[in-house]
Design a protein around this ligand. Structure first.
Ligand code: NAD
Length: 266
């Protein structure tokens, strides 16, 4: 499987290149970076800390889409839209790990998925995808007597909040309770907020250091609480999951798939 990496010099991009180079059945098809970046023209593998592979980083992602069977995107939402369009134009499958897409940006991805296979997940780790299933199940069993709060912590460089994973966990909890997340979501509390509204799903965001990604879903009842926690120790878990998704794409019909589909949990 020929795999291209857009945003190949980013924190996740380098991990993805490492995963492709080290995995049987994978061939590195190319890598792109933001026009003007100092890594343009440098070797994709060398930038990721490996022996040179003879493939230069380009600033035109079209070349990467043309050369690959599947492209993996961990970049920025505004870049992801362009990549979704290139994916559809070239008939190249796309794995999207980028988070923080607004409704218009998501619509561009959905449009591409009418023509090609797209796998999109706010978190590509196996553990988090299990946590999503457990959260929906526990929320459904416990009901409104237990207040749901979702707490996440990430490194100081993260630019969106709450994390895409925290929002996905909120959605799983809302699905389990069969309610509309938008109607019950409490994303910020500050000042005199009044008492907690029954049925709300709260979010709290912490940022600092080099924390890869911690998520806890709390079910706080009277006299007892249940906490479901996942801690990612290394970004490699996301890269491993993303490349597993890339390999899974082969011969799949156009459409949007989740990591739960890839892992056979859906
Ligand atoms: P980063 O800033 O280190 O890397 C992003 C890279 O994309 C940068 O190198 C940047 O130059 C590049 N880029 C931006 N626009 C581009 C363009 N038009 N063409 C090519 N390259 C472009 O960020 P990161 O920590 O690697 O995270 C990237 C994204 O992945 C974020 O949205 C983050 O939330 C998400 N993420 C998702 C998962 C998951 O499992 N789904 C895990 C970790 C991070």
């Amino acid at each position: 499987m020929k795999i291209g990496i857009v945003g190949c010099a980013g924190r996740m991009g380098r991990m993805l290149v490492a995963e492709v180079l080290g995995r049987d059945g994978c061939e590195l098809a190319g890598g792109s970076e933001l026009p003007g970046s100092e890594v343009i023209g440098k070797d994709v593998a060398a930038v990721a800390g490996f022996d040179a592979a003879g493939i230069s980083i380009v600033d035109n992602a079209q070349a990467v889409f043309a050369a690959a069977d599947v492209v993996v995107d961990f970049t920025l939402p505004q870049a992801t839209i362009g990549h979704a369009q290139l994916s559809a134009a070239n008939g190249t499958a796309l794995v999207i790990g980028t988070t923080g897409l607004n409704a218009d940006q998501q619509a561009a991805v959905d449009e591409a998925a009418t023509k090609v296979t797209v796998i999109q997940a706010a978190n590509m780790s196996v553990g988090i995808n299990l946590l999503l299933g457990l959260t929906a199940q526990v929320a459904g069993i416990l009901g409104d007597d237990y207040d749901i709060e979702i707490v996440e912590m990430h490194h100081r460089h993260k630019v969106d909040a709450p994390s895409g994973t925290a929002l996905a966990l909120g959605q799983a909890a809302a699905d389990g309770r069969e309610v509309d997340l938008e109607a019950v979501s409490q994303r910020v509390r500050d000042g005199h907020t009044g008492a907690r509204r029954a049925g709300d799903i709260g979010f709290a965001t912490l940022r600092g250091g080099d924390v890869v990604g911690d998520h806890t879903v709390m079910f706080a009842g009277e006299g007892e609480s249940i906490l479901l926690t996942h801690k990612a120790g290394s970004r490699a878990v996301f890269a491993r999951g993303a490349i597993r998704a890339a390999l899974w794409c082969k011969n799949k019909a156009p459409g949007i798939y989740s990591m739960r589909d890839v892992l056979g949990l859906a």
